[in-house]
Design a protein around this ligand. Sequence first.
Ligand code: DQA
Length: 138
Amino acid sequence: MKIFILNGPNLNLLGIREPSIYGSKGFSDYFEELIKSFPSIELNYFQSNHEGELIDKLHEVGFSCDGIVLNAGAYTHTSVAIGDAISAINTPVVEVHISNVYARESFRHHSFLAKNCKGVICGFGFDSYRLAIQSFIS
Ligand code: DQA
């Protein structure tokens, strides 16, 4: 089984960025933990701050891998184009967020992606990614 984790804008700064919301661990350390936790899954990781690059990556991997875990960051709340890209591909996508977006500002309560996704997981810290991977196994 092959799964891609795609992280969007500002998520390259995890560990530094607003640690009271996103924690103080960098994503690369957590990604290594995920690889160890799921030895039978081929896990891949891509991060971009650019909407078009995220769309290109969805097109590139979205016809061949088994699952995509997508944290589109703030593009979740603004991007019709990423929502359309999720509809355009074959691979199921799970939308994830580290924080509980529903406990935050109201502009974070709407997602342009969610209705095109298999499901949405938010508010479990980095373990939102782990839960999303587990949703593809079973
Ligand atoms: C986020 C929540 C978004 O509202 C925010 O813009 C992010 C991170 C999260 O993982 O909690 O960049 O997607």
